[in-house]
Ligand binder design. Structure first.
Ligand SMILES: C[S@@+](CC[C@H](N)C(=O)[O-])C[C@H]1O[C@@H](n2cnc3c(N)ncnc32)[C@H](O)[C@@H]1O
Length: 448
């Protein structure tokens, strides 16, 4: 038996974590001020309840009162009393109770194994897996959680780093979320926890994604090939400075839009439209000065009214196909399904430099509706599928020609250009995305 403040402690009491930090200091201060309100509970010299109080009394220099246990003295009875007393007194959430349940289960399974070892006649009626199942259900019932929570907590205890277990014990992290982290390498678990604690990630999913992305970025070769360049800076300034003579522009400008409900119950675009339109106009003006006289241009234009606004601006500078291309996605926008149709597409406006002789490289008609799944595990919130971008690039350019994306985000257009043997130049104003784009293009990794 382990000892705490001079007392031997019942193993079942150790199922519960000790108070830490401020909580423990509060207990010490209260004992100093008012004395110990609840005596320690002892049975045959063993401490059943009051580890924190014993430690706090020691620190406060107060002699604790002691009370004899007068309940059921069977092994099971004592354990049940310890568990229920602690659960009643402490306000533990489901995950905290799950961790305790998993520890109870382990003890129960160990006892069953011992019993099997001693009693050969029990072997017929019991098996380790049946014992484990029974132990799990018994533990789950004792701490009032589901068997699933106990399983998740067990995974956290068995495969989690101590910090992960502590986060669940302290009630800061749900065991179901922690269990997803628990199987990963220790350094990943710690890095993900840091991201959650610092607020960089809102949940375990995000944290894991950020950790994976960082690993990929660290591992990717940092060399920028002269054929595939991503430059950091403002699109308009860089267009003026580099004036790339691109054969094809494939871009997804920052519309910065969100919709809001009008008073009449319809939808309208919120702030950002003016900025978006001005930016698009300035970029088109620069593009019209520098791109190849035969160039084709593809502009993603969201859905609905936005496509019309973008269409008008682009048409000021280029010949625009009247029917916008329609990218059909495999998911749809959220909306009130009883009042509005959910949108499952985005417009892509196809344009050419006025007088361009460039043809679409196919002998068959190319339909203006394209169904392509969204990228799984995308990192950029507006990430576009590489397959769709490849489709545009292959229709409009020959290998070796130059593709430009002045708003390249995570570099999807660059990945598509590299995959199809085209040259690429991209601009991006946010440094973080410049790095991601470079790494994806260099690594040929679509899912970064
Ligand atoms: C809609 S996202 C493009 C996402 C990209 N299609 C992808 O698959 O990742 C637009 C990008 O333009 C960048 N951006 C916004 N204003 C910019 C500017 N003035 N110059 C360059 N990049 C800009 C944003 O940071 C954002 O990453």
């Amino acid at each position: 038996l382990t000892k705490i403040a001079g007392y031997e402690v019942h193993p079942a009491a150790e199922l519960f974590p000790l108070l830490r930090g401020a909580e423990f200091d509060k207990l010490v201060a209260s004992i100093k001020a008012d004395g110990l309100l609840h005596p320690l509970v002892v049975h045959r010299g063993v401490l059943l309840d009051g580890r924190n109080r014993a430690l706090a009394c020691q620190k406060a220099g107060v002699k604790p009162g002691i009370e004899k246990y007068d309940g059921d003295t069977s092994e099971d009875g004592i354990e049940r009393w310890i568990v229920s007393t602690n659960l009643r007194r402490r306000h533990l959430n489901e995950s905290q109770r799950g961790i305790i349940g998993a520890r109870i289960k382990k003890r129960e399974a160990e006892r069953a194994a011992k019993r099997r070892g001693k009693r050969t006649d029990l072997v017929k009626n019991s098996s380790p897996s049946r014992d484990a199942g029974k132990a799990r259900d018994k533990a789950a019932e004792q701490v009032n959680v589901s068997g699933y929570t106990v399983d998740a907590a067990e995974k956290v205890i068995d495969r989690g780093v101590p910090e992960l277990v502590a986060a669940c014990e302290d009630g800061d992290l749900a065991v179901s979320a922690a269990a997803r982290l628990a199987g990963r390498p220790a350094e990943d678990q710690r890095a993900a926890l840091e991201k959650i604690n610092s607020g960089e990630a809102r949940n375990v999913f995000q944290a894991v994604r950020q950790v994976d992305l960082k690993k990929q970025l660290d591992a990717a070769p940092k060399i920028e090939t002269p054929q595939h360049r991503v430059l950091h800076g403002d699109a308009i300034a860089l267009l003026r400075e580099h004036a790339p003579r691109a054969h094809c522009v494939v871009t997804d400008p920052p519309y910065g839009l969100s919709t809001h409900r009008t008073r009449e119950g319809g939808h309208d675009y919120a702030d950002g439209e003016e900025y978006a339109v001005d930016t698009l106009r300035a970029v088109c003006a620069e593009l019209s000065k520098c791109v190849d006289p035969s160039a084709h241009l593809y502009f993603f234009a969201g859905y609905g009214l936005l496509g019309i606004a973008a269409y008008k601006v682009i048409a000021e500078f280029f010949d625009v196909q009247l029917n916008p291309l329609v990218w059909v996605k495999d998911n749809h926008t959220m909306c009130d399904f009883t009042k509005w149709y959910a949108s499952k597409y985005e417009h892509v406006i196809f344009a050419k430099v006025r007088g361009s002789e460039r043809r679409l490289s196919t002998h068959l008609p190319v339909a203006d509706v394209l169904s392509v799944r969204r990228e799984r595990d995308s990192t950029h919130s507006a990430q576009k599928p590489v397959d769709l971008l490849r489709h545009f690039i292959e229709r409009s350019t020959a290998p070796g020609e130059l593709v430009l994306d002045p708003f390249c985000g995570s570099g999807s257009t660059g990945v598509a250009a590299a995959e199809t043997g085209r040259e690429f130049i991209g601009f991006e104003v946010e440094e973080k995305w410049v790095e991601v784009a470079r790494a994806r293009i260099a690594g040929g990794d679509r899912a970064a």
